[in-house]
Design a protein around this ligand. Structure first.
Ligand code: KG4
Ligand code: ZN
Length: 333
């Protein structure tokens, strides 16, 4: 079963062909990072316009690299939410037109479900049920994945997402967008205990996250001391990163212990963070039998292969969408 996935929810235009929800035949991602960098973040209108320009060449490339024609497809899957409404609309309208023209079934996919099931493209895929943490520029959400199409939300952020904390923090420090990569890089040379940042705890919500206080603490620090250079900048990045990572790790393992789940999957752009990967591995070593899966960076950041995986199982369940399908920017999983 070959499914074409289409993803345009934020600033990546992506298309991918996946076979049987397991094998990536092609995975094309056209990123707009260079376009948005000069504005210090994603500009929604620019994102939509660039999706319009990029999408059909990206779809063509995905089919060519997979070595197949549209007639060989068994269906299409498209991200219809959550995300930027204008950006989502480009993907949704294109997918509807292609499905109609090619006479193929179409199904919508929730972007967060895509992140949660990206691990099925890894060499050693997880087994249900597992604890799934989605950490990206727009989301910090903890789920129990019970089966394809069956997810239970345990907790999420009350304000900024973890990736947003990285991006906004980086902006305050004059570092380029996307901030997570810049901070990750600088932090490698820094001391994570150099500066004390507040722990991102939420009263009454043991599995909820909050990162806006941390960002404010960084703002006050910079107002008081200015933006440091060299070693001191590395220390500041490492300390700020540590505050984000320790909040994520703490809640993740608290959930694993409380729910007695011994499989954990982490995905989303922030899962690319080297300190998070290291901290999770260290902590997991303390729990006998706990298995942590963080897919390769390419599968963690936005891509269409993960959308094709979720879409394959939705199609197998008999789900279909037609001409009435619309973008759903606030779609909750
Ligand atoms: O999943 P993603 O590609 O797009 C969204 O759905 O948001 O995630 C993008 C986010 C950005 O906030 C970016 O700063 C962050 O992932 N990110 C990182 C790293 N690489 C990307 N954050 C921390 N460390 C990284 N190495
Ligand atoms: Zn994402």
């Amino acid at each position: 079963m070959k499914v074409l996935g289409i993803e345009t929810s934020c600033d990546e235009t992506a298309a991918s062909v996946v076979e049987d929800g397991r094998r990536v035949l092609s995975d094309v991602v056209s990123t707009q990072i260079d376009i948005h960098r000069r504005w210090g973040g994603v500009v929604p209108e620019l994102a939509s316009r660039n999706h319009v320009v990029q999408l059909m060449p990206v779809v063509d490339e995905a089919l060519t690299r997979a070595g197949i024609a549209p007639g060989d497809l068994d269906g299409l899957a498209v991200t219809s939410g959550p995300g930027l409404v204008g950006a989502l609309l480009v993907g949704v309208q294109a997918a509807k037109a292609l499905a109609l023209a090619w006479g193929k079934p179409l199904v919508r996919v929730n972007h967060l479900e895509g992140h949660l099931v990206a691990a099925f493209l890894a060499e050693d895929p997880p087994e249900f049920p597992y604890l799934g943490l989605v950490v990206s520029g727009g989301h910090t959400s903890l789920y129990v994945a019970e089966g394809f199409g069956r997810y239970r939300l345990l907790g999420q952020t009350r304000d900024d997402a973890a990736g947003e904390a990285f991006d906004k923090g980086a902006k305050l420090l004059g570092l380029p967008y996307p901030g997570g990569i810049a901070i990750d890089h600088l932090a490698r040379e820094g001391d994570p205990r150099a500066i004390r940042f507040p722990k991102a705890n939420v009263k009454g919500g043991p599995l909820e996250f909050s990162f806006s206080g941390l960002k404010t603490a960084l703002l006050h620090h910079v107002k008081r001391h200015g933006v440091p250079q060299g070693r001191a900048l590395a220390d500041l990045c490492a300390s700020y990163q540590e505050a984000i990572v320790s909040a994520l790790v703490q809640k993740l393992f608290r959930a694993a212990r409380t729910l007695q789940l011994d499989r954990v999957v982490i995905s989303g752009g922030v899962a690319a963070n080297s300190r998070l990967r290291q901290a999770v591995a260290e902590r997991a070593a303390e729990y006998e039998g706990l298995k942590v899966l963080i897919p390769a960076v390419r599968l963690c950041t936005d891509n269409a292969a993960m959308i094709a995986v979720a879409g394959t199982h939705a199609l197998l369940r008999g789900e279909r969408d037609g001409g009435e399908l619309n973008a759903d920017p606030a779609w909750r999983l």
